[in-house]
Design a protein around this ligand. Structure first.
Ligand code: ZN
Length: 244
């Protein structure tokens, strides 16, 4: 069976839709595994939650998901993120809020632990260095861990000498899951930050034991036009063009 691994949709319905189409084109997925930040930054928080709920899915909470419903505070958000969060909060209906409220911080499924940030600090930590991978090793019991939050597709691998080695993942790259522990980030659907503006996601195939990372172009201008019409901060609009 195939499981689609998606993270950081960030209310970008145009990006989310093309990712779902691309998943379908590759044979579909029996479940979506979402690593949080369904909302925040983008123009369609309600539409993205509604679309996600059409599918069989597992989803953990991201900082933007809980900030939008006031479950965590935005003191550490930069001014643009905080402004977008306030705007997002006004777009959510009761069912949207209940959905975000009920998201767990961590989910374990098969050989995977799913978190937004890191297993040590699920809501807030950006897990981007080999040193952090080592520090997080004791905080998950499954062989593999899936994280989002940094919006960069990458993998950390626990080597035989007990060191963690990390690298970025390219479009189309396939990881063969063996005995070694891995921490994998599929990249961001709705606001990529690795210099490639295309939406990123991954598919886990439990028959071949592989995780493949994909990039897919979407209508960035359409999302940007919606953001402008919604009065969202200009910097959040322009960054989508550059993917950082
Ligand atoms: Zn995010």
């Amino acid at each position: 069976m195939h499981y689609a691994i998606i993270a950081d949709i960030h209310a970008n319905l145009s990006a989310f839709t093309v990712v779902l189409d691309d998943i379908q084109r590759r044979g579909g997925a029996s479940e979506l595994w979402c690593l949080g930040d369904v909302v925040g930054y983008g123009p369609d928080p309600h539409g993205c939650i509604e679309l996600l709920r059409h599918y069989k899915f597992l989803c953990v909470a991201g900082n933007h998901d809980w900030a939008a419903i006031g479950k965590i505070d935005t003191a550490t958000f930069n001014p643009d993120a905080a402004a977008a969060c306030l705007w997002t909060a006004r777009q959510l209906g009761p069912e949207d809020k209940a959905c975000l409220e009920g998201l767990p911080e961590r989910v374990e499924v098969a050989d995977f632990t799913l978190v937004h940030g890191s297993p040590r600090e699920p809501i807030w930590e950006y897990l981007v260095t080999e040193e952090q991978a080592g520090e997080n090793e004791a905080y998950f019991d499954t062989r593999f861990c899936l994280v989002g939050h940094s919006h960069v597709p990458l993998v950390f691998e626990l080597m035989d000498d007990s060191t963690w080695v990390g690298r970025w993942l390219a479009d189309g790259e396939t990881l063969v899951l063996g005995g070694r522990r891995l921490i994998i980030n599929p990249g961001g659907v709705g606001q990529p930050r690795d210099g490639d503006p295309r939406a990123a996601y991954a598919i886990y195939d439990d028959e071949t034991g592989t995780v493949s990372v994909y990039r897919v172009a979407y209508n960035i201008e359409a999302t940007q036009a919606r953001m402008k019409a919604c009065g969202l901060p200009p910097r959040l609009i322009s960054r989508l063009s550059h993917g950082h």
